[in-house]
Design a protein around this ligand. Structure first.
Ligand code: IMP
Ligand code: MG
Length: 181
């Protein structure tokens, strides 16, 4: 099994770049079918979703508008209780349908905070596409609407996701079973 080490922690190969690309193409096709000529405003949740969204949005319709959100709820490998919004294009969202693009939904704190914040500022309908989803950790009733891979409690890095800001540029996704200890 291929392994890598980041900051003294060992991660093993989990999802290969080919499997990721196949899944991203599949998600893009489903989104194309769903939205057709009526694309919502796509909001890429930085930093984690930068790589996933670049691949996902390559294939979608030209009428698709794209902007960024910078928010985080994570400190090392432990979720913090707070979401910090560093950037959100508040002037764009009134009366808009919105598609949030996430790398991974874990506790759901970030996603559900952003949904509430967008609604408060007049967004009409908000959905989320996420590459990875950890249902065992999720603490809310409404699941993300479009999910690539469902995973267990693993902590993952690669394809945009980091451990202490490292590993985002890996083309495959690696995992560490931190929670088993
Ligand atoms: P949540 O608010 O707990 O759902 O966490 C959301 C954010 O935490 C994600 O968008 C990621 O940026 C980060 N995150 C959650 N789980 C992992 C992981 O396993 N590896 C890397 N980042 C993660
Ligand atoms: Mg993220």
């Amino acid at each position: 099994m291929k392994t890598i080490e980041i900051d003294g922690l060992t991660f093993e190969l989990f999802i290969s770049s080919q499997d990721i690309l196949d899944k991203v193409n599949h998600l893009a096709k489903n989104l194309m079918l769903k939205y057709q000529d009526n694309w919502p405003l796509c909001l890429i949740v930085l930093n984690g979703a930068a790589v996933f969204s670049a691949e996902l949005l390559k294939d979608v319709d030209l009428s698709c508008e794209i902007s960024l959100v910078k928010a985080h709820s994570y400190d090392g490998t432990k979720s913090t209780e707070e979401v910090v919004v560093e950037y959100l294009p508040y002037d764009l969202i009134k009366n808009r349908d919105i598609l949030l693009i996430e790398d991974i939904v874990d506790s759901g704190l970030t996603l559900n905070f952003l949904k509430k914040e967008l609604k408060k500022h007049g967004a009409k309908n908000i959905e989320c596409v996420t590459l990875l989803f950890k249902p065992s950790e999720y603490q809310y009733n409404t699941n993300p609407e479009h999910v690539g891979f469902i995973i267990d409690k693993e902590f993952v890095v690669g394809y945009g996701m980091d451990f202490n800001e490292k590993g985002r540029n890996l083309v495959d996704i690696y995992k560490n079973n931190l929670y088993e200890n």
